[in-house]
Ligand binder design. Structure first.
Ligand code: HEC
Ligand code: HEC
Ligand code: HEC
Ligand code: HEC
Length: 449
């Protein structure tokens, strides 16, 4: 599954670009790879540094061999977890990189911004604690310091937090997911790091997570640049029996369509938890960034040949003139150089365009969340009043499961609309249609006036 870095694919984008010219806001066209852009070259290290006891070459061991990539990786320290908690914390479980400088950062508390989450996720972890994510270099701190983990938590959520754990899974098998979270995580020192995307050779890309390798085994269409992010930035649920984080896909990108994923959950009789008051079998959805970019037919930009790294880790020049890939994972909207030299060739004002999508989609997600909350209240009232029969109740439980699945898919995707406005609109329509159907059965409207 590995490939050399320097062989950028040939881009066949001419037709797509011709269509694009008719879209409002699009002012020109050009293929992705253009001369004049920084083109990084990397040589394999003559001697690979000695891996730690987990088999991982740690980030700081690469600092003299790949100084620019390493230095930019350290810049992720600026994306600090919720600061009030972080600054008072003595228990910094993870070894933070040398040169690490936390800065003040105020992360959004989603439970305050979107209180409907407390009702929609009642009985599940995300309703107890839900903040905006931080940078990769804090993954071990974040996973150990949040209101979701307790003494009974199992090891599953370490899967996307350190390559040291991934190596243990590869060596010892899935049984490890049954282990106690706190005991297991206390052994680890390395955050999301070079080995998460490169194994122990940064001149190649490699998928670290075994479960993702299962999902993608038969998909020959997916770039490694997208997959290294997708292995973690995807939806999965913890298997109720084995505890293994399992994505609802058996066949790569083609199976990454919301309706098909829901069908997969139904076919596998999957439920993350049961909603106590209504008996609905609920699904918790996680950050499906990969699916929104690459799932099904893919979005416009991946079809133009753009991968996650083209927008979030654009190449640049060091002061000595060396071209390198920037490992500071940031929003493309915060990268004016990238906008000027690339995005602006087609997007007249990408910042304004993205803002318009986000305002629309984020606002609608919130409204539909509020409406789903009201629907649950109406459903509870009908159960109390004994005004629905068993078959209606079963229908309403399924409506709650499905509508909340679509809402959650939109609410948990981290681009707030940017990655795929069309897909967001589609799934929010699905949620709304289901709630209309539910209102019809209950004879009570859930629409918030
Ligand atoms: C989250 C995934 C990820 C992590 C973590 C990561 N890289 Fe990379 N790395 C990439 C991607 C993506 C590329 C660009 C590949 C391409 O253009 O095809 C890259 C490219 C490189 C290259 C090739 C030269 C260049 O600049 O493009 C080197 C060397 C490298 N990374 C070193 C490192 C080092 C050292 C670390 C740890 C300090 C690290 N990487 C961590 C994803 C990652
Ligand atoms: C090993 C799992 C893993 C891989 C691989 C990975 N990520 Fe992440 N990413 C995470 C986790 C977990 C967080 C949240 C960390 C925290 O809150 O401490 C995160 C956070 C981020 C953030 C910051 C989010 C914010 O709102 O500030 C960005 C941006 C990001 N990732 C982009 C990428 C891109 C692009 C790639 C591929 C080049 C990638 N990630 C690969 C797990 C991963
Ligand atoms: C065409 C460019 C593009 C591609 C490709 C792309 N993204 Fe994004 N991404 C964006 C934009 C634009 C935003 C919204 C940024 C903002 O609100 O400032 C975003 C937001 C995010 C965020 C939220 C953090 C933030 O900085 O706002 C994460 C995490 C993320 N993307 C990960 C990914 C991953 C993982 C992939 C590949 C599976 C990917 N992106 C592919 C453009 C892109
Ligand atoms: C070759 C022309 C072209 C370039 C260059 C380009 N885009 Fe796009 N982009 C498009 C087209 C066409 C669409 C779809 C039409 C629309 O909705 O605006 C699009 C849509 C998007 C979307 C919505 C998600 C999707 O794929 O449907 C995002 C986000 C985006 N572009 C970000 C960027 C960023 C960031 C850059 C610079 C790194 C960039 N684009 C460069 C043509 C381009």
């Amino acid at each position: 599954m590995q490939r050399k870095l320097n062989s950028k694919r040939l881009l066949l984008v001419i037709c797509a670009v011709a269509v694009a010219a008719f879209v409002v806001g699009i002012v020109g066209c050009a293929p992705k790879a253009n001369p004049g852009n920084p083109t990084p070259q990397a040589t394999k290290a003559e001697v690979t540094p000695e891996p730690d006891k987990f088999g991982v070459v740690e980030a700081d061991q690469w600092k003299d061999i790949y100084p620019h990539q390493y230095a930019s990786y350290l810049e992720n320290a600026d994306n600090t977890p919720p600061w009030d908690e972080y600054k008072d914390s003595e228990d910094t479980t993870s070894k933070l990189p040398e040169g690490y400088q936390p800065t003040d950062s105020h992360k959004a508390n989603y439970l305050e911004l979107y209180p409907e989450i407390k009702t929609l996720g009642k009985g599940y972890g995300y309703a107890k604690y839900y903040t905006e994510p931080a940078g990769h270099v804090y993954s071990l701190w974040t996973v150990t310091h949040n209101g979701r983990v307790n003494d009974k938590t199992k090891a599953g959520c370490i899967a996307c937090k350190t390559p040291q754990f991934s190596n243990m899974v590869d060596e010892q098998g899935d049984g490890i997911f049954q282990e106690n979270f706190k005991q297991t995580v206390s052994q680890f020192t390395e955050n999301i790091s070079c080995a998460s995307c490169h194994e122990n050779d940064p001149t190649t890309l490699a998928v670290d997570r075994k479960e993702w390798r299962r999902v993608m085994a038969n998909d020959t269409t997916a770039s490694m640049e997208g997959q290294v992010c997708g292995q973690c930035h995807c939806d999965y649920s913890m298997d109720p029996v084995t505890g293994v984080p399992t994505s609802p896909y058996d066949n790569g990108r083609a199976s990454m369509v919301p309706e098909k994923a829901l069908q997969w959950y139904d076919d596998h009789n999957y439920a993350d938890w049961t909603y106590e008051s209504t008996g609905a079998k609920m699904l918790a959805v996680r950050h499906a960034e990969y699916e929104f970019n690459y799932g099904g037919e893919g979005n416009h930009m991946t079809n133009l040949g753009y991968d996650c790294n083209d927008c979030h880790m654009a190449a640049k020049y060091a002061s000595d003139g060396t071209a390198y890939t920037d490992h500071h994972w940031i929003s493309p909207l915060d990268n004016q150089d990238l906008i000027d030299r690339d995005c602006s060739k087609c997007h007249k004002d990408i910042k304004a365009e993205v803002k318009a999508w986000q305002d629309d989609i984020d606002g609608r997600t919130h409204q539909i969340g509020l409406r789903a909350e009201q629907f649950i209240k109406n459903f509870e009232a009908a159960i109390q009043a004994n005004s629905i029969n068993d078959s209606q109740k079963a229908q309403l439980q399924k409506i709650q499961r499905d509508a909340c699945y679509y809402w959650n898919l939109a609410a948990a995707e981290n681009s707030e609309g940017a990655h795929n406005p069309t897909l967001y609109t589609h799934i929010l329509d699905n949620a709304e249609n289901l709630l209309n159907e539910g209102d019809g059965i209950l004879g009570t409207s859930s629409v918030i006036s």
